[in-house]
Write a protein that binds this ligand. Structure first.
Ligand code: FEO
Length: 623
């Protein structure tokens, strides 16, 4: 019996889950199973995106058959020829003899390698930016070599704005009835598995992942459909910002991961004492016994934490076997940009420390603590000072804000007196909402992003908005005395903020190609999607406060559009706005605190205006 899920009007998930698999790729434990995602697009032509692993082939065929609803299959797009996604290719060519296979040259080579038969006659070869029209939908093909294999490509459906991302943005874990990341608590329950998947499957290929992120950054993406795990249709910034960190080998968390190998518990003891000393200093720590914790979890943790301590006994004149596997794996996964400390142990010739250092020295931007700790069988009382020194040295290289008060509290008498001057960043602590403010002057529709709409009185229903006078919308409201406030929802994609916030209505039509023409009784546009409510205002009073106009307005129309949560300024920064990847080399320059634009150079002109978000020099800070 089939088990399929509708994604959009035209798109259906026809993949399958495997919860019996012990080791994915024979290496990675998957205690919560794994999903093999395959997608069927119904258009004038039918298009299948990838197939599945042979373990779930039968269920997949039933699913596909049901989703096709009696139609034939016109196209199979193969993004990745790894057998967990291509096991059913041959059978489909038999079952659907007219089906064309859409792939690139490298994929075709691999099809022939894996399947031993010639399919040249049924292949449509594509290269970078080629397109395929299937009726209502236009598919754009984007090459993504080494994300995870050299032949990989992804597809962007510009009609529904869906990215079929192959292995990118995948996650271990079977789909448990839910299909979308917003149907579960992804950050709490799945982000660790997404990181473990990323680090182990594509962690080695950070620059290639960055190249794919670069290529797709200009696309208006509303949904991401990966080959494993949940699909993304909300809060895409959550996963995009993680990918920006992971692909640039930027640690997510300032703190210390301690991985140890200990045959009789003495190396473990030294590691435990170090962890205690670090915690006493307020440093976050995690510990792993490499003989117990699977290597893939430790690789994943190494991609998360900023500081790594390896404590290993010496074994057969080398590194203890389980630790050697982890260190080799880590070096092969291209770990970079970490601070590393080493504790070695040995009863007659401790050598593991130098050997670990030697292996990790091949990685880029690894800073070793100069002094390693060398134990002879066990930690001696007089060596406690060395543990203290190591804890001090690790804490000293962490940023101050990463170090908590040891007991988790701050004593009142230790608090510095509050500064007398005004810190403008305190304003970021306000719990602002975010809104699209729209106006109409003659035939001209326009809008901008504001965070300053609030209710003043209930009877009469009256609100205030403050608008930057540099915004064209401000001029329009001053002239017409009318506006709409579209209250943005948490589902609002970054594109909305780019559309209304990062360009000027003086030289752009912000509603061009928006696909809607929704107006309130005052004739002004409002946003029908990604909004929770709409308020129309008629200006009663206007006050000029230098840079901004404050408008007090009577509410003339108001209605609720959805039960979703309205977005806040903090939510936007945490979940929606993609965080720019850390610059590779530290260059002289200034970064915009509003949108992350970097102006390179020693000087920032006083009258500089950010080309992206139009904020002035006062909103830039030195890199
Ligand atoms: Fe799930 Fe690289 O394949």
């Amino acid at each position: 019996m089939y088990s399929i899920k509708k994604i959009t009007g035209d798109l259906t998930w026809v993949g399958a889950n495997d919860r019996r698999l012990a080791m994915f790729e024979g290496v990675y434990s998957v205690p919560d199973g794994v999903s093999y995602n395959s997608y069927l697009l119904h258009d004038e032509k039918t298009v299948l995106f990838d197939t599945v692993d042979k373990s779930v082939h039968q269920r997949f065929l039933e699913n596909l058959d049901a989703a096709l609803q009696g139609r034939k299959l016109d196209y199979l797009v193969v993004h990745h020829m790894e057998p967990d996604h291509s096991a059913s290719v041959v059978e489909l060519t038999v079952k659907y003899p007219e089906m064309k296979i859409v792939c690139n040259e490298k994929i075709l080579t691999l099809i022939k390698q894996f399947e031993y038969f010639d399919m040249d006659s049924r292949v449509c070869l594509v290269t970078e930016n080629d397109t395929l029209d299937t009726g209502r939908h236009t598919l754009h093909f984007i090459m993504a070599p080494m994300v995870h294999w050299p032949e990989v490509m992804v597809t962007y459906d510009s009609t529904d704005k869906v990215l079929f991302s192959a292995d990118a943005f995948g996650c271990f874990g079977a789909l448990n009835g839910a299909l979308f990341s917003d149907e579960v608590d992804f950050n709490r329950d799945y982000m660790d598995e997404a990181r473990r998947y990323y680090a182990n499957i594509v962690g080695k290929y950070g620059p290639q992942v960055e190249a794919l992120l670069d290529k797709t950054s200009a696309l208006d993406i509303k949904m991401i459909c990966p080959l494993h795990g949940f699909l993304w249709r909300k809060n895409l910034g959550d996963i995009l910002s993680k990918y920006a960190l992971w692909s640039s080998y930027t640690p997510e968390t300032d703190g210390v991961m301690i991985a140890y190998a200990s045959v009789y518990g003495n190396t473990e003891n030294a590691a435990e004492i170090l962890a205690c000393r670090l915690r006493e200093k307020g440093v976050k720590t995690v510990m792993y016994d490499v003989s117990v914790t699977p290597a893939s979890d430790i690789i994943s943790a190494a991609f998360k934490w900023s500081h790594l301590v390896f404590a290993s006994t010496t074994y057969n004149a080398g590194i203890f076997v389980a630790m050697e596997a982890v260190i080799t794996d880590l070096a092969e996964h291209n770990i970079q940009n970490r601070t590393v400390a080493i504790i070695e142990n040995g009863s007659w010739a401790p050598t593991s420390g130098e050997l670990i250092r030697g292996k990790l020295s091949e990685c880029r931007d690894i800073t070793f603590l100069e002094k390693k700790i060398s134990l002879m069988s066990s930690l001696k009382f007089e060596q406690l000072a060395e543990i203290d020194e190591m804890a001090d040295a690790l804490a000293a290289t962490l940023p101050k804000q990463a170090i908590a008060a040891p007991d988790g509290s701050v004593k009142a008498e230790e608090l510095p007196p509050p500064p007398a001057e005004v810190d403008p960043t305190t304003a970021f602590k306000f719990s602002y909402g975010l809104f699209v403010l729209t106006a109409r002057d003659g035939d001209k529709d326009n809008g901008c992003i504001i965070n300053t709409a609030i209710q003043i009185t209930e009877k009469p229903f009256r609100i205030s908005i403050a608008v930057n006078k540099a915004n064209f919308t401000c001029d329009m409201i001053s002239k017409t005395g009318e506006f709409n406030v579209s209250i943005l929802a948490e589902s609002a994609p970054f594109k909305v903020f780019q559309q209304f916030g990062f360009q000027s209505g003086r030289d752009a039509d912000k509603f061009e190609g928006c696909g809607y023409n929704t107006r309130t009784a005052n004739g002004i546009m409002y946003l029908p999607e990604n909004t929770t409510g709409i308020i129309s205002g008629k200006v009663k009073d206007a006050y000029d406060y230098g840079t901004h106009m404050l408008f007090i307005a009577d509410v003339t129309q108001a209605f609720v559009l959805s039960a979703e949560m309205s977005v806040t300024y903090q939510y936007y920064f945490a979940h929606i706005k993609p965080k720019p990847p850390a610059p590779k080399e530290k260059k002289a320059g200034y970064v915009c605190r509003i949108c992350g634009y970097v102006h390179e150079g020693e000087e920032l002109p006083e009258d500089f205006i950010c080309p992206l978000c139009k904020h002035g020099a006062e909103d830039f800070e030195k890199l």
